[in-house]
Design a protein around this ligand. Sequence first.
Ligand SMILES: [Zn+2]
Length: 474
Amino acid sequence: MQITNTLSGRKETFEPASLPVRMYVCGLTPKNEPHLGHARLFVANDVIRRYLEFRGYPVKYVQNFTDIDDKTIEAAKRENTTAAEVARRYMDGYFRDMDALGVRRADEFTYVTQFMPQIIDCVQQLIDKGHAYTLPGENGVDQDVYFATATFPEYGKLSKRDEEAMQAGARIEPDERKRDPRDFALWKSAKPGEPWWDSPWGHGRPGWHIECSVMAMATLGEQIDIHGGGMDLIFPHHENEIAQSESLTGVSPFARYWVHTGLLQLGDEKMAHSGKFVTIRSVLETVPAPALRLYLLGQSYRTQFTYLAEQVAATVTRWRRWVEARQSAERALAAQQTSADEISDAFADVREEFIAAMDDDFNTSRATAAIDDLVRRLNDLSSKKDASPADRRAGLALLDELTGVLGVALDPARDLRRAVSDADRVEIERLVAERSAARQARNWAEADRLRKELDERFGVVVKDSAQGSTWELK
Ligand SMILES: [Zn+2]
């Protein structure tokens, strides 16, 4: 199995140090409603986790919440509440949306506000070892603590930036007091009106980077196997995590595989520039959650791609094809006298192709194409009355297995077409059947009249194919 490791810049054979595989993913800063970028990141890592398990590697998956941060504090001011309340509200939003998308919950969630003693201890150790230094804080009473990047010669090994570029980057926020422009805050002295914790350096709170280092090591040990996150975190966040963790423990590398998910862009550039985003919640009002998940898996996790509503609509159709293929195959199987003893390997090639695709750096684009192939062949069988029941059974079982690995539920109840009332549904089904009968009798005028009635009364569009007529809401 091959994984692209940002640290080496290459695809590498995956070999965990021991079992279970220890996986840490940089989680949510709960400062607003989770958006499609979050959906992409967490679905991608969920699939990595599921696929490792499918391949026989047990996984311990840890993810954090940055539940205190400049941005949660800002949001609290804006919304006239506390940072803790802001964090709680949007963490609830995270669980609501990720549950809908079929993202399995982490084995352990870590919350920054629950790790203060460990964070303070690690900052103190970095000072004791000469990797960090204090400076007087703005209020003249409390102190700031900075990491001394010059004490970590490998700084830059993840992002491959040279010293000059990093110094130039750091100069965007010049701070004359720092020993080196690349140095970053481990502990920030308290500002008026902001939450603070007591520490050897007075009142303050931790910097973002040290939090992840401490929470990852506290839950998974000094070396982890897979560290995940968005590509936007490579520098400085993950670069800084490496500097802190490796300086603290002397264990290198801190993470054996750095696995970065590409960013999802919005089609409307102006929206992206104004800092707006599309919330998961708003998309799920019109798109079945498993179809959105399938859309996000349509490209490999490393790809940067642009969210396009038309492509999502096409993916809803693709997902329905999978659901309907499953239903037709089940019906065809139920109509046959079958013996469950018969075994078929009619679809062994599809399973092999799926595994080859996923073994190649979790290529979900290719893996979902393999499922399309399976669906086509399953539909072929469904149209043949005398097809082998063992083949049908094998195809159905494989469809369930592979969509299970990707976490794409084929539950027809998740289809928003079902968002009509039961009474309406009965009436719609009756009219569609009546229209099919009219078509069979070549009564085109009546069929057209019924099509119009379905549209006007229910906003229903009827689609005709060789297999019969189906309907959906406009
Ligand atoms: Zn992090």
